[in-house]
Design a protein around this ligand. Structure first.
Ligand SMILES: Cc1cc2nc3c(=O)[nH]c(=O)nc-3n(C[C@H](O)[C@H](O)[C@H](O)COP(=O)(O)OP(=O)(O)OC[C@H]3O[C@@H](n4cnc5c(N)ncnc54)[C@H](O)[C@@H]3O)c2cc1C
Length: 287
């Protein structure tokens, strides 16, 4: 197996266009276990962590730029990021263990394309965009356009994600992410639910975004739940509508972690809780 470690985005795109069968990696917390489990070994592995831009985190006037290969521990330890995106940081802090989080990245979590990836619903509700590089330049797409199905993405063979960009949250806005796993840690979500809520001056919901993980081939938005909240107070009635819409948006599988019926029910419960937590944070001014 060849190991290549480019130090610039341009060098990496050049290597990838010359070696179409190469596999890029960041933390390798998915890549290595998958090879050990019998997936064919890539002839060439391209390490993205030596590229400064991919391991940088910055906040500026227009928002945050998070390098695709930044180990997630650097996100969970970033108080300013946690203040603006508590739900996203919560999701990043649920991935594996301390050891995993010292290696794993948001770019890898997204591009591994697991339906149960914890950070993806949280990225979607926060309108994160992925900056994607190839030999012909860069393009920027909403994160929900990256994953196309279990293990598959819309990226061409010579493309990779350079960074994730997020605008600063509007005033009176916050987010939350909850997941259910069968044990206390180190397991994959049976269901994950992310929500972002913006409150108006009366404390009603001005707008909301809700996304679910592990209930369909890709993470799913729940537009009916978002519509049920828009312009409404957040109370038992609207939260019941959120739960109903979230359960209806699921297209889950039966597996050892949960049946279809169980996943539908849990999706409703977690969506409701995520909305409530995001709204409470927004009300406390925890942007
Ligand atoms: C013990 C254990 C526990 C885990 N627990 C969880 C969990 O609770 N929740 C969860 O969501 N995941 C979990 N995972 C899975 C994994 O840790 C995460 O998906 C992690 O975020 C992957 O990041 P990485 O940088 O290690 O990815 P890598 O393994 O480096 O890459 C993963 C995939 O993405 C591709 N890739 C990586 N970076 C890029 C890029 N910049 N552009 C394009 N493609 C790219 C790679 O080619 C590969 O296909 C766990 C894994 C282990 C081993």
């Amino acid at each position: 197996m060849n190991y290549l470690a480019p130090t610039t985005v341009e060098e990496a795109t050049q290597l990838l266009s010359q070696t179409p069968s190469a596999t890029v990696f960041a933390g390798a917390t998915d890549v290595i276990p998958q090879i050990r489990a019998g997936r064919p070994e890539p002839e060439t592995l391209v390490d993205l962590k030596k590229i400064d831009r991919l391991v940088s985190v910055a906040s500026g006037d227009s928002g945050w730029t998070i390098g695709a290969a930044v180990p997630t521990v650097r996100l969970t330890e970033n108080a300013e990021l946690g203040q603006e995106f508590p739900g996203l940081v919560e999701a990043a802090g649920l991935i594996g263990s301390d050891q995993i989080q010292s290696r794993c990245s948001l770019g890898g979590n997204l591009c591994n394309a697991s339906p149960a990836a914890d950070s993806v619903p949280a990225l979607i509700v926060n309108e994160a965009r992925a900056v994607i590089a190839s030999g012909s330049g860069t393009r920027t797409v909403p994160v929900e356009e990256v994953v196309t199905g279990p293990g598959s993405t819309s990226l061409a063979e010579d493309e990779f994600v350079v960074e994730l960009v997020l605008g600063h949250p509007a005033p009176n806005t916050s987010d939350a992410y909850f997941r259910l796993i069968p044990r206390t840690e180190m397991d994959i979500a049976v269901v994950g639910a992310g929500a972002r809520v913006t409150l108006d001056e009366n404390g009603n919901c001005a707008s909301a975004r809700i996304a679910l993980g592990a209930v369909a081939p890709t993470a799913v938005r729940v537009p009916d739940a978002e519509a049920a909240l828009a312009g409404q107070p957040i109370n038992d009635e609207t939260l019941a509508a959120v739960a109903e819409a979230a359960s209806a948006a699921c297209n889950p599988i039966d597996d050892k972690r949960g049946t279809v019926a169980y996943r539908r029910q849990v999706a409703g419960v977690l969506a409701k809780r995520a909305v409530k937590a995001a709204a409470e944070r927004a009300a406390q001014g925890a942007k």
